[in-house]
Each structure stands twice: as structure tokens, then as C-alpha cells.
Design a protein around this ligand. Structure first.
Ligand code: MN
Length: 762
């Protein structure tokens, strides 16, 4: 982002040397003068500190040797000028040194360890921070993008001094922009207007804010700028009398009230007039508060006295009084504002403030250092309080900061502690809450990306999906078409959006599964009636009316909803099947109309009994809609029964389970026959209690015994009575079936220190 001539890079080094040597004396003299001017501003530093600054200067001068600005000046003149601005704010020695070396790392191959060794870690950190900011490139076309960048810039520069030096850098580049090629000027000015000026504003550096705006505005809209500037000069001429008369009247009134007050005339900048015209759709003639006054008084109480005097002198405009002393602006700004109607009918705005408030109004956060430097002459406590006030409004600091070192610590924390700013591979910026993960990132891009995300990389390296993202990370997401959200993601996602999308997807999945289960259950019930499921095709002339009748009877909006109801147990499949059989018999239709008679015989003869429905087959691939009961943990080989809870889907219990037996007594019609598939697709959890003799390594011995049977332990619970002779371990084992479990238990029983082994059966 720096502006410089690259001509030096194109020249062979021998030529470069001669080019530099010829006017060397003159250049060296000019630079020495520049540096001398800088040291004059550094009177607030100690002798030792000045020596450090000189070291930094020498280092930077050597590093930039042979580089030139677009203006033809030696490159080092730029860092010296930036350091000068930093010195105007009375920033500390580290900041001045960093300003001198701010372009050295990027341009001259100077490394950070080298800087740490020569100038200490704090200064090296500042230079490093500035170099990192310099590497960011952005299209500022979109307003939202510019806002993100502003935030990111503030967040990435953990030390506010980095931002201040960066602003000084930009200000000097803007002041010298005319030397830069015309095609680059527009882009740089845009960027300044979109990004740097608002940052200055946010930090309360109003003087810089205004200057950056004026300089950029003149570049971006040269014609409008010159037209407005001319109009402003004309207006100034015609209104000079009013301004002078108002000033005299005001000073006289303050004198009569025995109020010590300084009165300054104040003018709007060209850019602020332009903005007002544009935003409020006003012509130049009706922008009426071109002029104003700033009143600076000794005490806060004097502000209100001055206000009273002014309101007695001229008529205030209703609705224009604002008390920013009682309620400061977000950037720390404090003043009383009021607009009065002057004797000639012109509106004139007055800003009333104390001197410290004035410093904050002009220099914002930088006022802290200015006052700290002054502090050696006695204004210390006030300055600290003021600096703290400014900062307090910028970042949320709970305690008052009195000590300078402590203050700096606070300044060093993130200005946006709650957010991280990350990039897509195409350099789009996303803002996420701190702690956000690649999954949050994926959902922030698009819910499809989130739903199908399987892997992520950060800055080119593969990372776990639960990795915490940091500001500046470039994040890439890998998706797969068949992938689905994992419920475990809910444990680490930070954004509400990701959470909602994952939940929604899981719900839909459950819904689909319930529906599929409903279809299965109804088909089985129908089969036991000797019928096949009528076609679900809405265009099937025979089947469609049957479904219509059936859903009207069941009170469902459509066939799908009825299936879900059956799947989750809100409707009983056998009852629906009977009704369906009845409808088929009445109207004819279904896939196998000949079966109607068979079905009717079945239905007619044994209406009261629990009908045969066929079996639901469990193979382990079922998810949300079919659950294996946690009380008895049935595994293949166990005799099992299925309980269709109301709205809960099907729960499979072991036939011996006492919970199941109790449920059966209550509502027997909700029981379905279920059976294991021949080849279940996964292992099943079984719970086992193991009583062991306490002793060293007993757990390891148990674990070894279990793994010898190729069984995984998915969970271990240990008894808490450590003092006793024995401990009961509760193991959850993943087994294929009863046989596998029996093998594991046998091996366990033979293991040393194991006293008793028993499966838990609900
Ligand atoms: Mn620079």
C-alpha cells in the first residue's frame, strides 16, 4: 500500500551506486536537515531515548539506501516525515523508532529477529504489525467490505500505536500524492476515504480525519472540490461582517459575565459541505451552518455558564442543543453544541468545551500521549483521567486506569475483542464471533456449504473442523455431495446461524426417517392384511382417491404427513392398515386388487385381536426414528420387542427388560414385533458390570482382556469408593452380537483381579 518509486529495483546495483553518489552530498544534507527538524520535535524524550531514535534512523537510512520516492526524493524522507507526525502527538520512543523503520521490513529484507536484537521486542512488534497491515489489499468498492476492513484493521493491530503510525503514514502519502502516477492516485484516495478517514474518526483524531477527507475528496472529485472551494471562498467574503460582529458581541457578553473564554471562528470543510449537500439533497445555498464558533473555557461548570450567556445573547434554535458532556460520543468527544440565530438571521453553531475536551476533540486517542508528555509539567492526573476516558469509550474497560503502563496494557488489547475477521480463498472478508470454527465459516458462506462440509484448511494447512479461527486466517472448506451435518458440531459452533441450520437439517433428517419408518410399518401391516401398498403416485387414478379418503379420515393434510405420524407413533399402523383395507375393498384399486378378498376375510373375522403385521427389521442403520432402549441395551441375538411411543418413534427393548414389561401392561396395542437383520451393519453397545480387586494397573488389565477379544470399550465408569477393597467398573462394550459378548465376558472372567462379571439388562 505504500507509495514509492520502483525505479531503483530496475537499475543494476553498480549504476544505482553511482546515481546515488553523484548528488550524495546534497541528498545527505537534505536528509540531515529533515532529521534535525525531527529531533527538535522530540524534546519530550530523554537523552537516552533520543540516542535510540538516532540508531533507528541510521538503520532505516541504510536499509532504504538507493530507494527513491515518486517525487525523486530519497526514500528516507518519508519515514522521517511519518516520525514527525508521530512526534507531534508526543507518542513514546518506541513509536517514533517504529515510524522511522515502518517500511524497512517489507522493502529491505530486514527480519524481525534482527529488529528484536537491535531495538528490543516492543519496537520490533510495532514494525511487524505495520508490515502486516501493509500486506492487506482490498477492493473498497463495497461499503460493507470497507466496514469489515476497518474493523479488521483495528482488530489485527492489537496495539493502538500501530494504527496511529499507520494513519501518520497514510497522511504523509496523501500529502505527497501529486507526485504519484495519476491512475494510482484515484485508488489510493478512495481507499483513504473509505477506510483510513473513518478509522481516524473512530479514534477521535478529528484533525487528521478532516485532512484525509479533504485531500481524498480533492483527488476523487477534483471538479466538485474546486467548485465548492470557490463557492465557500465567496460565501466567506459576504459573511465576514456577520462573523466579526457575532464574535465581538459574544466576547463582550463573556467579559460582562466575568467568564474567561477563548472564542475561535470555525469553518466547515469542503468535504463536509459536500456530504451534507449529497446526504440531505440540499443546494449549496441552503447549507446554512457554514460558520460556527468554538468556545474554550477553563472548567466544565464554565461550559454551562457560557451556554447560558449565549442563550441570553441570541435566540437559540429549538431542537439543536446537544449535551455531549453529559453523554460523550462513542469516540470520547465531549462538548456542548447549540445553534443560535444571529442578529441578521443567520444560523451560527457554537461548540463549548474545556481545554482537555478540546484536545480530545482534535486528537482523540492521541491526546493521551500529548497530555502525558505535558504531565511532567503538572497536568498529569488530569491527563491520565482524560486518556482513560477516551479509551474507555473506545473499548470497554471496567476499571479506571491511572498508571501509564497499565493504560498502555489496555490500549494493547483488541479494539474489537468480540470478533475475528477471516478470508475466503477469494479474499472476501467474513466477520465471525471470537471462537468461531470452520463450520461457522462454512455456514456463513452458504447453508449448502455448511451442510456438506467435510474438511477445512486454514492458511493452506488441513485443520480439524473444531479449530478456532484467528483474525487474518484464510479458510477453505471442502464439501462432499453426500455429506450431512454432524450433531456433534453443535458442541463447538459459535454462530447462531450455524446452530440453527444444523438443528434444522437434523430435524429434517429425523422427519425423513420417521416418514420412511411409517412407510415400512404401514406396508408390513398391509402385508399382514394380505395387501400391497396402493401406489403413492398422485396421478394413479385408482390409488389417489383411496389416499384422499384415508387422509381425510386420519385428519392429515397429505399422505406424507400420515406416514410421519405412523413413524413417530402418533397413529397406529395396524389401525390405519385396516381402514385402508376397508377403503380398498369398497372402491377397488391398490397394486394387487385380487388380494382384497383375502384381506377382507382376515379383517372381518378377527377385528378385535391384535393383528399380525409382519416384523420390523433392525440392522443398525436406523438413526433418529428407531432407538435401542438405554435401559436394556439390546444386541443382536437378544429377543426384542418394539414400543411405538406417542410422537417418539420406535424404541427397541430386550424382551426381558423390566421397563418394557411395565409399558406392555399399560398399552399393549403400541407393541410391534421387531427382529434383528441377518447381517447387522454395525456394532451395538452392551453394558457390563465388572467387579475388580483394587490394585495398581487393574484397569489396564481389564482393558487388555477386553481388547483381546477384538471388542472396543466405548465408555468406562468407575466406582468412587477408592478406599475399599474392590471397585465396580461399568463398561460399555461395542459388540457384534450375543455370541461376541459372551466371548468377551468369558475372557474378562479369566482376567486376573476380576471377581465378577455381569451384563446389565435393564
Ligand atoms: Mn510508508
Amino acid at each position: 500500500m505504500g507509495i514509492r518509486s520502483f525505479a531503483a529495483d530496475l537499475l543494476p546495483s553498480a549504476l544505482l551506486q553511482t546515481a546515488r553518489e553523484r548528488p550524495a552530498a546534497a541528498i545527505a544534507r537534505a536528509e540531515a536537515n529533515d532529521f534535525a527538524a525531527l529531533t527538535e520535535k522530540l524534546g519530550y524524550l530523554s537523552k537516552a531515548e533520543l540516542k535510540q531514535v538516532r540508531e533507528a534512523y541510521k538503520f532505516a537510512d541504510e536499509a532504504h539506501l538507493g530507494q527513491f520516492r515518486a517525487s525523486g526524493q530519497a526514500y528516507i524522507t518519508h519515514p522521517i516525515a511519518v516520525a514527525g507526525l508521530v512526534a507531534d502527538w508526543k507518542l513514546d520512543v518506541q513509536a517514533v523508532m517504529a515510524a522511522l523503520m515502518h517500511d524497512a521490513m517489507e522493502d529491505c529484507g530486514v527480519t524481525k529477529p534482527e529488529l528484536i536484537q537491535r531495538f528490543g521486542a516492543p519496537t520490533a512488534e510495532l514494525v511487524d504489525g505495520l508490515t502486516k497491515l501493509d500486506k492487506l489489499h482490498f477492493s473498497t468498492r463495497e461499503e460493507s467490505q470497507a466496514e469489515s476492513f476497518r474493523k479488521m484493521l483495528l482488530a489485527m493491530a492489537r496495539d493502538v500505536r500501530v494504527i496511529l503510525i499507520k494513519l501518520a503514514d497514510r497522511l504523509h502519502n496523501m500529502r505527497t500524492l501529486s507526485a504519484v502516477a495519476a491512475d494510482k492516485r484515484g485508488r489510493i484516495a478512495r481507499e483513504t476515504l473509505d477506510i483510513y478517514a473513518p478509522i481516524a474518526h473512530r479514534l477521535g483524531l478529528n484533525q487528521i480525519y478532516r485532512e484525509l477527507q479533504e485531500l481524498s475528496f480533492a483527488q476523487v472529485y477534483p471538479w466538485r472540490h474546486s467548485a465548492l472551494a470557490k463557492a465557500l471562498t465567496r460565501a466567506r467574503g459576504t459573511r465576514r461582517d456577520i462573523v466579526e460582529r457575532v464574535q465581538k458581541d459574544v466576547e463582550k457578553a463573556f467579559g460582562a459575565a466575568k467568564l474567561r473564554a477563548q472564542v475561535f471562528g470555525r469553518e466547515k470543510t469542503v468535504y463536509s459541505i459536500f456530504r451534507k449537500m449529497r446526504d440531505k439533497h440540499q443546494p449549496f445555498a441552503s447549507v446554512n451552518d457554514l460558520f460556527g464558533f468554538r468556545i474554550v473555557v477553563p472548567q466544565i461548570s464554565d461550559c454551562y455558564v457560557a451556554l447560558g450567556v449565549l442563550h441570553q445573547l441570541f435566540k437559540p434554535m429549538p431542537g439543536r442543543f446537544k449535551d455531549y458532556i453529559a453523554i460523550p460520543k462513542a469516540n470520547g468527544y465531549q462538548s456542548l453544541h447549540t445553534t443560535l440565530v444571529s442578529p441578521l438571521g443567520t444560523a451560527v453553531e457554537f461548540q463549548i468545551r474545556t481545554e482537555p475536551m478540546h484536545a480530545v476533540a482534535e486528537a482523540g486517542i492521541a491526546a493521551h500521549w500529548m497530555y502525558k508528555a505535558k504531565g511532567s509539567n503538572g497536568h498529569g492526573a488530569d491527563a491520565q483521567r482524560l486518556g482513560a476516558t477516551v479509551l474507555k469509550s473506545l473499548i470497554d474497560i471496567q476499571d479506571d486506569t491511572r498508571d501509564a503502563a497499565e493504560f498502555l496494557e489496555h490500549v494493547k488489547i483488541d479494539l474489537y475483542p468480540e470478533a475475528v475477521y477471516v478470508f475466503t480463498p477469494k479474499s472476501q472478508i467474513l466477520s465471525l464471533p471470537r471462537g468461531a470454527t470452520p463450520v461457522d465459516f462454512a455456514y456463513a458462506i452458504h447453508s449448502d456449504v455448511g451442510d456438506h462440509c467435510v474438511a477445512a484448511s486454514v492458511n493452506g494447512e488441513a485443520v480439524a473442523l473444531r479449530t478456532e479461527l484467528k483474525s487474518g486466517d484464510v479458510v477453505a472448506i471442502t464439501t462432499a455431495p453426500g455429506a450431512r451435518p454432524n450433531p456433534a458440531w453443535l458442541n463447538f459452533v459459535r454462530t447462531g446461524r450455524a446452530r440453527a441450520k444444523i438443528r434444522h437439517h437434523l430435524k429434517t433428517m429425523e422427519h425423513e426417517e420417521s416418514r420412511a419408518l411409517g412407510e415400512r410399518l404401514l406396508a408390513q401391516s398391509l402385508r399382514s392384511e394380505g395387501l400391497l401398498m396402493p401406489s403413492s403416485d398422485p396421478n394413479d387414478e385408482a390409488a389417489a382417491p383411496i389416499w384422499q379418503h384415508l387422509t381425510r379420515w386420519s385428519g392429515n393434510r397429505n399422505r406424507g404427513e400420515l406416514m410421519v405420524d405412523i413413524g413417530v407413533g402418533r397413529k397406529i399402523a395396524s389401525i390405519v392398515a385396516k381402514r385402508l383395507a376397508h377403503l380398498i375393498a369398497e372402491r377397488g384399486g391398490g397394486d394387487k386388487p385380487d388380494a382384497v378378498t383375502l384381506s377382507m376375510r382376515h379383517f372381518g373375522t378377527d377385528a378385535e385381536a391384535v393383528p399380525h403385521q409382519g416384523h420390523v427389521v433392525i440392522d443398525g442403520s436406523e438413526a433418529a426414528s428407531i432407538q435401542l432402549a438405554a435401559c436394556c441395551h439390546p444386541i443382536p441375538g437378544d429377543e426384542i420387542v418394539g414400543y411405538l411411543g406417542r410422537g417418539e418413534g420406535l424404541t427397541v427393548h430386550s424382551a426381558e427388560c423390566s421397563v418394557a414389561k411395565r409399558l406392555f401392561e399399560r398399552d399393549s396395542e403400541r407393541w410391534l414385533p421387531v427382529e434383528w437383520a441377518e447381517q447387522p451393519v454395525r456394532a451395538f453397545d452392551a453394558e457390563v458390570n465388572v467387579l475388580v480387586q483394587n490394585g495398581k494397573g487393574v484397569l489396564a488389565r481389564v482393558a487388555t482382556a477386553v481388547s483381546a477379544t477384538e471388542t472396543d470399550i466405548t465408555h468406562i465408569d468407575m466406582g468412587t469408593e477408592r478406599a475399599s477393597e474392590t471397585t465396580e467398573l461399568k463398561l460399555t462394550l461395542a459388540v457384534r452380537d450375543r455370541q461376541h459378548l459372551a466371548d468377551a465376558l468369558r475372557t474378562l472372567r479369566r482376567a486376573p483381579a476380576v471377581l465378577r462379571v455381569a451384563r446389565v439388562k435393564g
